[in-house]
Structure formats: C-alpha cells, structure tokens
Design a protein around this ligand. Structure first.
Ligand code: RP5
Length: 139
C-alpha cells in the first residue's frame, strides 16, 4: 500500500488470502515518499504476486511492475474524483510493463486474482477456489 490510509483495503485482501491459507504480508511503502526503500523491498521480496493498493495518481503498481517481472495487481482506491484518477493511472499503463487492474476499491477481487495465479501450479488452492465459487453462486 502507498499509505496507512489504504489499510482497510489491505486488510480486506489479507483476510481473504488468510482464509485460503496463502501467505502474505502488508507493507506500507510509497512510490513517491519511499522510492529507495520500496525498490529494495521489491528486490528482496520472495513474493510470487504483488497486490498494490493506491489512490490519487497511483504510481505504486506501475513502479513495482517496472522493477519486477512477477505479476502486479493494482487496486485503485477511491480518495478523490470517485477513484477515477487512480483507476486510469493503473489501467492505462504504457505498453511493455503490464499491471492487472481490478475495480475501484476492489480488494476482494485482487486477492482472488492473486490466488488464481498461484492456483495455476497448486491443485489444492484450485480446489479451494472452486469451492469458494460454489458458495458464492448460492449467495
Ligand atoms: C496514495 O495517496 C496512497 O496510496 C493513498 O491512497 C493516497 C492518499 O495518501 P495519504 O495522503 O492518505 O497518505 O499515495
């Protein structure tokens, strides 16, 4: 996350990852306030997927994507302009450095997409996802 003000969304994503037994950690590192620290974190991290939550001009997901070839899922957070600023900043990444973009405040889908990526090589995780879908379809 880019700020402690993004925490609610971060915790929502983490709660779902925990429910699936997927190891994760929450870090607050801003692309514009802590660029050096963020760069070191990305380099040392063993994460297979990054979920980057940010509002306003939302440079964080693109910043991470520029420094790794692991998948980055951006979550635009509504802070101003109904979140449209963050949505466009994330979805409109220039060609060559992709960032997956979920809906505004879409922490749940970001966690699910991360789990789907990990499930490609984890049949137990895939089974849990299918079970989750079955439950979801009965809501
Ligand atoms: C972004 O600016 C953060 O990700 C946050 O969503 C937004 C506002 O940050 P604060 O001013 O609340 O720290 O960098």
């Amino acid at each position: 996350m880019g700020s402690s003000s993004d925490r609610e969304l971060g915790e929502k994503a983490k709660a779902l990852l925990d429910e699936f037994g997927v190891e994760s950690e929450i870090r607050i590192l801003s692309a514009h306030r802590n660029p050096k620290e963020l760069e070191e974190y990305i380099e040392k991290s063993e994460a297979e997927v990054f979920i980057a939550i940010a509002g306003l001009s939302a440079a964080l997901p693109g910043y991470i994507a520029a420094r790794t070839v692991r998948p980055v899922i951006g979550v635009p957070r509504e802070v101003k302009l109904g979140g449209l600023d963050a949505l466009l900043s994330i979805a409109q990444m220039p060609r060559g450095v992709p960032v997956a973009c979920v809906s505004i405040d879409g922490a749940t889908n970001a966690a699910l997409l991360a789990i789907e990526i990990l499930a490609l090589k984890d049949s137990e995780l895939k089974r849990r996802l299918l079970e989750y879908r079955r439950r979801w379809s009965k809501r």
